[in-house]
Design a protein around this ligand. Structure first.
Ligand SMILES: NC(=O)c1ccc[n+]([C@@H]2O[C@H](COP(=O)([O-])OP(=O)(O)OC[C@H]3O[C@@H](n4cnc5c(N)ncnc54)[C@H](O)[C@@H]3O)[C@@H](O)[C@H]2O)c1
Length: 297
């Protein structure tokens, strides 16, 4: 999308952090942000802040994890404009502690917000974006931890892997459309995510070592990259139609180690007599022209 002027941009988690700063960067390029957030008053206050800077913006309350909420948000958005940029970004930490002790309610909540919500977002807006006779863009927020998982929350990491998987699979589906797609994979960013997570988390708050881990993470994130820089980078990636948005190049060395391990694990076929899967046929059947590049054609 080379020109963002006048394009309505629906941003989830838009009241704070990376969502708000991306909305601000899009607005600087002439886009019209809709800041959607579970914290409706904060979304409206953030939109007022953008309007004071000259943007045409509104805020609205939306719990991305509640499919029923999306119909209301879709109607409110339609009154403001036809959504041409969708940034499905809202996310929460998954809580920590031993996997076998995970609270299943917290697990479901983390997946609902971090992964399932992308489906609801696309059910609300993607059909019309595909049908629009103009370039559109969908961006999803995953994380660097979906490429290189550090020893933190299994719920958070795996739900961010799900987001990466959704983006990679959808990329094939959108290959022949005017809808560009990006997946944002940031490293540490100084946002409110630890406090937001503590506030929104279902059930009792984290206790003992898990509470300490959250506290430590808060300290680590406080020194992280500014969300404003990440927001600018996302806006540039949307303009340039880039798929992977990597904001923290210091993770590249770990990524190389991770992929070297994966590539190194390939060995002899489990059945040396087997002719091998028809990779070319699979690619052709899925119409994913882009994959031809990936397999070195
Ligand atoms: N901060 C980081 O270091 C970091 C790193 C990698 C990825 N991310 C991802 O970036 C995204 C944005 O997070 P952030 O760091 O800007 O945090 P943030 O807490 O500052 O902003 C997230 C916003 O999402 C909203 N939100 C949470 N649950 C919601 C729900 N159910 N429905 C609607 N809105 C909801 C919150 O109210 C908040 O305003 C998340 O997906 C997060 O996982 C963050």
């Amino acid at each position: 999308m080379k020109d963002l002027t006048g394009k309505t941009a629906f941003v989830t988690g838009g009241a704070s952090g990376i969502g708000l700063e991306t909305a601000r960067a899009l607005a600087k390029r002439g886009a019209r942000p809709i800041l959607a957030d579970i914290e409706g008053a904060r979304a409206e206050a953030a939109a007022a802040e953008l309007r004071a800077e000259g943007a045409d913006a509104i805020g609205l309350q939306l719990n991305v994890a509640e499919e029923a909420d999306w119909a209301r948000a879709g109607d409110a958005a339609a009154k403001f404009g036809d959504v041409r940029i969708l940034f499905s970004n809202a996310g929460v930490g998954g809580g920590s502690g031993k996997f076998e002790d995970y609270d299943t309610e917290v697990w479901r909540w983390a997946y609902a917000v971090n992964a399932h919500a992308h489906l609801y977002a696309c059910r609300t807006f993607l059909g019309a974006m595909k049908a629009a006779e103009e370039p559109c863009h969908l961006a999803l927020t995953s994380s660097m931890v979906a490429i290189v998982p550090p020893p933190i929350s299994v719920a958070y990491i795996s739900s961010k892997f799900a987001t990466l998987g959704i983006a990679m699979a959808l990329r094939n589906e959108l290959a022949d459309t005017q809808v560009g797609i990006s997946v944002l994979c940031p490293g540490m960013s100084a946002t409110n995510i630890v406090a937001t997570t503590a506030k929104l988390r279902p059930g009792v708050g984290e206790q003992g070592a898990a509470a300490q881990t959250a506290q430590n993470m808060s300290g680590v994130l406080a020194g992280g990259m500014s969300a404003a820089k990440i927001g600018e980078r996302v806006a540039r990636a949307i303009e340039a139609d880039e798929f992977f948005i990597f904001t923290h190049p210091e993770w590249k060395a770990m990524t190389e180690v991770q992929f070297a391990e994966i590539l190194g694990a390939f060995g002899e076929s489990a059945d040396p007599g087997y002719r091998g899967d028809d990779i070319d046929g699979l690619i052709a059947a899925n119409g994913a022209k882009r994959m031809n590049v990936a397999v070195g054609k």
